[in-house]
Design a binder for this molecule. Structure first.
Ligand SMILES: *Cc1c(COP(=O)(O)O)cnc(C)c1O
Length: 403
């Protein structure tokens, strides 16, 4: 794999991530083929692309997907800049998250779509109106999606009297071009029976009909509510656009989703994890029986051991809950973490994995020969979900795109 050649670029021997382009493209193809080829595919790049690296992932997916969803307008501007520098055609971009009035003006100019989910937008509309006067003909109406809260209790207009609540949008059709209506599921990953999701879908359809009637636009509105889990297990929820995050990175939203997908799609699609996390050992040494390892003296060697010091710790996003619990892979062998995970270090037992003190490469997440450690494994061992494991991997670490 040329691991050692690559590390010479990193004299500080920090850990690094390999982002597998072919795996990403494969997962996109799974969506196009196994899930639905008639629905627009949006890729969610929030959270530093689920920890995989925003720019690295943007470069991989740009040619393959229909819409890019980001949380932050700054990321949307980065996409436009990337397109300009590389002379690429502009993809549709939707900013899902909070946005200031000034940013909204920039979004309108750069044809970046936004989401309207509360009445603070009245204020923002005033700013847009002023900027329209300033720029004269250059102004383009802001493309926007209406977010309705169908049961998550997060963003969006609640559905009672929805037509009244969004009435202000009928008064500014020169400023805003309503593109679609969206919502977000609350409980699809946690269950195999989707009663609550169906309630949300019913609320969505009902609110959509009311909005459509109120706005009375001469063109059809887009509907989108499905994230990874729902797009697999609730075909009805796919509508015109799917907003897919975790599954495109090759990770299942949950065991429950995986079980349900097998039933709904007949055949279980094969997702390939996009990310591998590795590091090179900082040093390897012998420890005698009876010695303690790490803060708090929580581990004591019950025999003579060979241990490797690895330059990765909770600062890098490696969970401290893996203390005395997690494993890494060295030379296709599972090596246990000894003692506590520290800020910048862990110590692992390499007695069986290597026979001398020459440096080794350790795999923290990924495969190594027949062995592999998944983000799900780390999540199970540290009482969280794969989403949190990958998004918390430090943005300071090197991410390199590999085939
Ligand atoms: C995070 C998010 C998604 C994607 O969710 P996944 O489970 O990762 O597919 C879609 N829509 C919204 C609004 C989100 O916040």
């Amino acid at each position: 794999m040329g691991d050692l050649a690559f590390i010479s670029e990193f004299p500080e021997q920090a850990s690094w991530l390999e982002i597998h382009q072919a795996a990403f493209v494969h997962n996109i193809a799974v969506y196009r083929n196994a899930v639905d080829s008639n629905v627009l595919l949006g890729c969610v790049l929030k959270g530093n692309a689920y920890g995989h690296g925003f720019i690295q992932c943007l470069e991989i997916i740009h040619g393959y997907i229909d819409i890019i969803f980001v949380i932050n307008p700054i990321d949307a501007f980065k996409v436009r800049k990337y397109e300009k520098e590389n002379e690429l055609s502009q993809k549709r971009i939707v900013v899902l998250g909070a946005i200031s009035a000034d940013e909204v003006v920039r979004c309108a100019r750069k044809v970046i779509e936004v989401v309207i989910g509360d009445e603070n937008w009245l204020q923002i509309l005033h700013t847009l109106k002023r900027s329209e006067k300033d720029t004269g003909n250059a102004f383009r109406p802001l493309k926007a999606h209406i977010h309705i809260d169908t049961g998550l209790g997060r963003e969006g207009f609640t559905t009672d009297k929805i037509a009244e609540k969004i009435g202000f949008l009928t008064k500014c059709t020169d400023l805003i071009h309503i593109q679609g209506v969206m919502s977000h599921f609350s409980n699809t990953e946690d269950v195999t029976e989707q009663a609550y999701a169906y309630e949300q879908l019913t609320a969505f359809d009902k609110a959509f009909a009311q909005i459509e009637k109120k706005l009375a636009l001469p063109y059809p509105l887009e509907r989108h509510i499905a994230q990874s889990a729902a797009s697999f297990v609730l075909p009805k929820s796919r509508y015109e656009i799917m907003r897919v995050g975790i599954a495109l990175y090759g990770l299942w939203p949950s065991i429950e989703t995986k079980l349900s997908a097998r039933v709904v799609l007949q055949e279980l699609p094969k997702l390939i994890p996009v990310l591998t996390w590795k590091c090179m050992s900082q040093s390897i040494k012998q420890i005698s029986e009876g010695s303690f390892i790490g803060y708090g003296c929580t581990y004591r060697a019950d025999r003579n051991l060979r241990v490797a010091l690895l330059p990765v710790g909770y600062y890098d996003g490696y969970p401290r809950l893996l203390s005395n619990k997690g494993y890494v892979l060295v030379n296709e062998t599972r090596c246990r973490i000894l003692g506590r995970v520290m800020m910048n270090h862990i110590i692992v037992d390499v007695t069986e994995a290597t026979s001398d003190e020459t440096s080794v490469v350790a795999t923290l997440i990924g495969s190594n020969g027949k062995e592999s450690i998944s983000a799900e494994n780390l999540a199970d061992w540290s009482q969280t979900i794969n989403y949190e494991i990958v998004t918390r991997i430090g943005s300071h670490l090197k991410r390199m795109v590999v085939d």
